[in-house]
Design a protein around this ligand. Structure first.
Ligand SMILES: C[S@@+](CC[C@H](N)C(=O)[O-])C[C@H]1O[C@@H](n2cnc3c(N)ncnc32)[C@H](O)[C@@H]1O
Length: 222
């Protein structure tokens, strides 16, 4: 059994990583995989999100909440960070480590349980390839709906190694959704939902990110 199958338990899709059920094991694997640099990587992602003190921010596919907690620090006690994940064990685990201004909700990216325009910033790390491929456009449409005009989006996802041996090894350990993650499709999905992509880049380790904004005017008026 590969590591991916072990972590995901039973809720895996053919074209996506699916829901991760083993929260503690995921956290331990994360600490090892980041070679002790996980805090630094998520702090950098929180900075790239553009979250500021007082903001209300959402972390989509939050898992054990490593990024949510960094976002909570950035928005300070005058703001709030909310993590969302369909996995109850992940949410339960994250809740036990939450600072005061950090909350967690069970739910799916493609059906966000939040009011229109209720967040200033939305961020997501290593989660888009876990959403069923057919639901990814709906997920970005939902993010657009719950982000306020002028709000900022940061999407960071796993960038498969370009060399075939590296990709093969990732496939053996974690499964095809990670080894063949189509990160080149992210920009189209994001703009397809109505966002304006402002920047794109790579970050250690094997991470690709896009920054976008929800325009303040409806597309027809641009
Ligand atoms: C690889 S983990 C990333 C967790 C965390 N963001 C991090 O960077 O450590 C991917 C997460 O996406 C979640 N997920 C799966 N399907 C999802 C969906 N439809 N909507 C939102 N999250 C989903 C999984 O349960 C899992 O916790």
């Amino acid at each position: 059994m590969g590591l991916g199958k072990f972590l995901h338990s039973h809720v895996e899709h053919a074209d996506a990583g699916g829901t991760i059920e083993r929260a503690r094991a995921y956290d331990i694997v994360g600490i090892v995989a980041f070679a002790g640099q996980r805090g630094r990587v998520f702090r950098r992602l929180a900075a790239l999100s553009g979250a500021r003190p007082g903001d209300r921010v959402l972390d989509v596919g939050c898992g054990t909440g490593a990024l949510t907690r960094m976002l909570a620090t950035r928005v300070s006690t005058t703001g709030t960070a909310t993590g969302l994940d369909p996995s109850e064990p992940m949410i339960e685990y994250a809740r036990h480590r939450a600072p005061e201004n950090c909350g967690y909700v069970v739910g799916e990216a493609q059906d966000l349980p939040f009011d229109d325009q209720s967040f200033a910033v939305i961020a997501s790390s290593y989660a888009i390839h876990h959403i069923p491929a057919a639901a990814r456009q709906a997920a970005f449409t939902e993010m657009f709906r719950v982000l306020r005009p002028g709000g900022r989006l940061l999407i960071a996802d796993f960038r498969p190694p370009t060399n075939p041996i590296g990709a093969h090894l990732i496939g053996m350990v974690s499964g095809p959704a990670m080894a063949h993650n189509p990160i080149d499709k992210l920009a189209g999905l994001i703009t397809g939902a109505g966002f304006h992509v402002t920047a794109e880049g790579d970050q250690w380790p094997l991470l690709h990110y896009l920054q976008a904004t929800r325009p303040t005017l409806p597309a027809a008026l641009h």
